[in-house]
Design a protein around this ligand. Structure first.
Ligand SMILES: Cc1cc2nc3c(=O)[nH]c(=O)nc-3n(C[C@H](O)[C@H](O)[C@H](O)COP(=O)(O)O)c2cc1C
Length: 190
């Protein structure tokens, strides 16, 4: 495989993962830096991927710590690993935050299953649990949930591709321009 094929196949895997819950890259580690310059990492579900513009989509609660952290500093690393192909994908770039009520968040919300929407119906993430009963069938619960739902659009500027092999590990770096087009690629020493 040449480098452009490797880039294409990495993004094809991400597109597959966005549609397939069984895929290795379905759950990715989203890493940010908080306001005190401490690293923060958490797993997120890959909700969408578009290889033509090197874009990934994630969903979160706009009351969460990550939302606040990303509002102040949108630079992130997205890390994934497939045990089957022994492949690590390490992407760097920035996220755009589409808050509750924005066109992007509304469109993503409309595609969500009713059960998934209710993930956003509870109390503020990270605060002590009050165990109040939420009537999921109550239309007001869904309205409140929607008012917290946030969409994160990640645009990759680099992909550090690493394959663990028995002997000869492989590593390559891909750089993308602002529009997501491949601007350079090269093999790196692993
Ligand atoms: C497999 C898995 C998938 C997750 N997916 C999401 C997700 O898509 N969005 C999200 O906000 N949190 C998700 N979480 C929870 C986050 O990892 C995290 O614990 C939570 O969002 C609080 O993070 P924060 O304090 O950095 O905001 C997931 C957790 C696991 C274990």
């Amino acid at each position: 495989m040449d480098l452009t094929d490797i880039d294409a196949s990495a993004w094809a895997e991400l597109e597959t993962a966005a549609a397939n819950p069984q895929s290795a890259f379905r759950y990715l580690n989203l890493c940010s830096v908080d306001t005190e310059m401490r690293p923060q990492a958490r797993m997120v579900v890959l909700r969408g991927a578009d290889r033509s513009v090197r874009r990934l989509e994630f969903h979160t609660d706009s009351r969460s710590s990550k939302w606040l952290e990303l509002s102040a500093n949108p630079h992130v690393t997205v890390l994934g690993f497939s045990a089957e192909s022994r492949l690590q994908l390490r992407l760097q770039g920035k996220v755009e935050l589409h808050g509750p009520g924005s066109g992007g968040a509304d469109a993503a919300w409309n595609r969500l299953a009713a059960q998934t929407r209710m993930t956003y119906a509870g109390g503020p993430p990270g605060q002590e649990r009050a165990f109040e009963t939420i009537d999921m069938a109550e239309p007001a619960a869904e309205v409140e949930a929607k008012a917290r739902f946030g969409l994160l659009i990640f645009r990759a500027r680099t992909l550090d591709w690493f394959q663990l092999r028995q002997q000869d590990n492989r590593r390559a770096l891909f750089c993308y321009d602002e529009a997501g087009a491949l601007s350079s690629c090269r093999w790196l020493n692993p």
